[in-house]
Design a protein around this ligand. Sequence first.
Ligand code: HEM
Length: 404
Amino acid sequence: MKSLLFLASYVLLALPAASHPGMGEMMGNLRRESAKAKRADAKQLIGDLKTLADSKLTAIGKDIKAILLDQKDARSTTIDTSIPPGTVDSAACKADLCCVWKWISYEMTAKFNGTSGRCTKLARGAVRLGFHDAAVWSNSTTYGGADGSILLTDEINRSDNNGLSAIATEMKAWYTKYNKYGVSMADLIQVGANIATVVCPLGPRIRTFVGRKDNAKAGPTGLLPAETDSADKLIKLFAAKTIDAHDLVALVGAHTTSQQHFVNTARDGDPQDTTPGVWDVAFYPQTTGSPPPRVIKFNSDINLSKDSRTQPEWQEFTGTTGQDHWNEDYAKAYTRMSLLGVNNINDLKECTKVLPAARTSFVNQDQVLLDMWLQGQFNQLNNMVDDAIMLTGVVSTKDKREKE
Ligand code: HEM
């Protein structure tokens, strides 16, 4: 099938694009499919899936293997809207593996959803925390990864983790409350990242697996990226985590929700696109374009948007079909990320059903005020935007004009 695809794209590439209407689009699609097939061929397995024979795989093991090999979607709409069978310490709840996670999902969703409908700084912190726990791993380290060590040791105090203190405090409190019901810190962090992602409007609903083991040993240093890194350094750093350049571009798209605090402390709270707290694709074109003055661009993102190995995908996510394409690719790439260093993947269980429903459309009701803020007015609203509070009602455009 793949060789047929290559042959077809070769033949079509040899023909002049103008010879048939729609030929350009068809060639574009074929080129994309052919690049996708090549990428899928190069995908690496991780953890116990590297050595386990197919005959030994559980149903979950098979699914995760297919996701890692780019053969299966990592998103799911399977949802359980029923209330949990009992309180968290009831016998009925203890008998149902996902029951405790349902309670946790309720608590996290309440903290991650702002009154504006955007996701809060705790949600964005949870996505970043998931990345920073898991990515402290490479194929040459024998420990680290999605093992909870970021919060079980003093790893969190490393400068890489500046900006994560609020979510760290919250996550530790959840761990204290739920660890007695068998919840590991490693799972809490990764389930938290997936709940936060789907709570952000337009975010993908990523299949969510539990059963990771905790590790009380701090992970190796030097494995997290810096805002000053070149594209080459980033591509190599992520390649050593089995994450290819394409998936790296998909993962950094999480910056679409971001408001930075430490890259430029004089611009505390400035977002990376015009819609902070929304999982849209505005970040990609705005990193290469000229957004309003309050939008801040990271050098690392600018570098990735320009490098020949990452620029084509950056463009793809920018296009009109970018949102679904990005969500699909992000979900697969993050599933891989959330399993780095996990050596019992085949034994994991699935609790996707406890996640809230995805919100596939969203309009900022207070965009007029957000736009004024993005132009550099309304500094007093910084914290409210960070907490995803609805700005309309807090201050009206009329009040603002009267003050000017
Ligand atoms: C590729 C290299 C990356 C670099 C250099 C980088 C660096 C940073 C930095 C410096 C911040 C701002 C922290 C602050 O000042 O408060 C940030 C924010 C953020 N990063 Fe990344 N990051 C990278 C990739 C990723 C990935 C792969 C993810 C998720 C999978 C991610 C998720 C986030 C999120 C959600 C925020 C926003 C946090 C908030 O609003 O509080 N980043 N990143």
